[in-house]
Design a protein around this ligand. Structure first.
Ligand code: CO
Length: 250
């Protein structure tokens, strides 16, 4: 075996594969290299897929990109989880141009989050979307992490907002003994809380005060069967909002 390795070593040196040569001499696995080349291949695939997709689109409709690049008129703003298993367009059967999307861990609406506020303001006041949808999902890792006592680093500060939702519904949640059921319930309660957080913003209340049609919805997606459900917590005015959060004039 040793002679074989030395032979391969010289073979590699001769053909300029120094990296491999060292591995053959030491017997170390070319693990990292293998992973890297696999990754490069995957990235290549993404570009290949993209070229095929763009060609197909143009073939079906020669004006497709010309039309789409000049204008976007989405009717929906989607606020969803970053989870790769919950792609907004794919699960709703919508096309590019139809849904304005904001995603973060556990589909949160944190009222000091400039990124979320900017997306919301642009969607409501410039694009004039008619529906804002908060979409949570069962099996959400962010929700699960917030239920645990583990520390995950900087993300703890983001998950704190979910712990606050838990605290608000502490008795309801603690009454649920089955952990999976409690997880699902927190997913739902969190969506409802984020719907309320949207309604509390001056952006949404301003739209209502101006008499614009704007509905805020709470949905939940099940990653186990691909089904989307309406939690029926829709708001279309600030009625039903705690008076503390209502703006009389804006
Ligand atoms: Co999630």
């Amino acid at each position: 075996v040793k002679i074989f390795r030395v032979l391969l070593f010289f073979l590699c040196i001769q053909s300029g594969l120094v990296h491999h040569a060292v591995h053959f001499l030491t017997g170390a696995k070319v693990h990292r290299h293998a992973i890297e080349s696999q990754l490069v291949k995957t990235l290549h695939d993404l570009f290949d897929n993209n070229r095929r997709w763009a060609a197909r689109r143009t073939e079906q409709d020669p004006k497709y990109f010309e039309r789409l690049s000049s204008l976007q008129t989405p009717k929906y703003l989607w606020i969803g989880c970053s989870d790769s298993r919950v792609p907004a367009n794919e699960i709703t059967g919508t096309q590019p141009g139809e849904v304005f999307v904001h995603r973060n861990i556990a589909n949160m609406v944190v009222h000091t989050d400039m990124s979320m506020l900017s997306v919301l303001d642009y969607a409501v006041n410039v694009l004039e979307v008619r529906h804002v949808i908060v979409c949570g999902h069962y099996g959400c890792g962010g929700i699960q992490a917030a239920m645990s006592n583990n520390s995950f680093g900087i993300i703890d500060n983001w998950l704190r907002h979910i712990k606050d939702v838990y605290r608000k519904h502490y008795n309801v949640l603690e009454d649920i003994k089955d952990e999976n059921s409690r997880w699902k319930k927190l997913v739902e309660l969190n969506v409802r809380e984020q719907v309320l957080n949207l309604c509390k913003t001056s952006i949404v209340q301003n739209a209502w005060q101006q008499g614009n049609f704007l509905q805020v919805h709470g949905w939940v997606y099940d990653i186990h069967d691909g089904v989307l459900n309406d939690l029926e917590v829709t708001f279309e005015s600030n009625e039903g909002l705690s008076s503390l959060y209502k703006f009389d004039t804006l």
